[in-house]
Design a protein around this ligand. Sequence first.
Ligand code: GLN
Length: 473
Amino acid sequence: MSLTSLSLTELRQKLSAKEISASDLVRGVAGAIESRNPELGAYLTWDLDAALKEAESADITQPLGGLPIAIKDNINVEGQPCTCGSKILAENYTAPYTATAITHLRKAGAIPFGRLNMDEFAMGSSTENSALGLTRNPAALDRIPGGSSGGSASSVAGGIALAALGSDTGGSIRQPAALCGCVGMKPTYGRVSRFGLIAFASSLDQIGPLTRTVADAALLTNHLCGFDPRDSTSLNEPVPDFTAVLGHDIKGLRIGLPKEYFIDGLHPEVEAAVRKGIAKLEALGARIEEISLPHTEAGVATYYVLAPAEASANLARFDGVRYGHRSTSASDLMEHYLKSRSEGFGPEVKRRILLGTYVLSSGYYDAYYLQAQKARTLIKDDFTKAFEKVDVIVSPTSPTPAHKLGELTDDPLQAYLEDVFTIPANLAGLPAISVPCGTIAHEGAVLPVGLQFITKALDEATLFQAAHAFEVG
Ligand code: GLN
């Protein structure tokens, strides 16, 4: 059995029994990357020497001691590239500092190893918006891995990363996890520091793990969370041990199925797989009931006003002066800004900047941005009311299985609509996880389906409990 097919929990045992060393593990992962990354395109770069150096001094008595973790290319690790999948950062940017999430992982003994492809600045659902190459779905190489954390999901599901970090603004951890067939978890907004995560939409972004098992996700989440004074939205809340609930049964757990999530656009076979998953939860003793989240319909429109608005402000810092791509043909300062930005950003990023600038401009601010903020409150209130009746909400993660590469690149609106089930948890700041829920036969391929669980803010413990019971049940 190859090392890279084992869970973090199994590898920890091997490390502590001294059956393998941290250096063996790093070398094992590097070997897997070398053999399979050429077809998957999940990693952009990896620095074996730096990782081996960290492995030499790894303290394997730590909870993540000696475990290499692959990192989405929008999370800064000092001395490493951090391209955000963009030309604007690909040429001459090396991270000058380290994200708090990485510092936390390192404190627990982990080794950040390898940089993973993503949609440019995390804008997209297929990783096809990366300016740095295609990433493929390990379940079907002619299909998208989802996105924007497509490299993270492809590497974990494809057996070339033990676990990875991603970021989720509107579904970017959960949707690729669902499409590739691994676990992907977005913590409560504010649980994991955003310091060092290159911002897309600051009120929605959250770092989280992609793993092969729910137990691995719980283990990583334990060490990602924690208050950080360098992130003004960081929550100063105690972090329980999320692995403590693994193995607890779900008898009597109240699970709500939002009727607005079982709609026409839902692929019939995805629905069938999800219904089977729900039957399993019921067989495990959960009490299933239908609920309503009446403002779900407004979710996508709300998100595609707020996220671009925030992005347009966040991306203003890429001006070709301080860092990143610098145009060489400008004759004055204004032209320098214009050229650096138009040469450096790809089409989807430009579309978002235009959209965002438009909805924030005077005359349109009230009609779009302010309206969207109000809609966001209504969506949040829907969840508050629902969680008076149920403990967990369950739904499909994505309405469709992975589509073919190139199939939706000319239809951004259709691509936006695919975020319909993941966006609401971001708008409401809630924790959510996608867990593999079988596969379907589709157009000659066997494609994974994901089941999404959502809980109240800060109730990751119940989320992991339910997801784990489902996974092993
Ligand atoms: N697909 C969504 C978008 O394009 C979500 C991306 C994300 O979560 N980063 O904005």
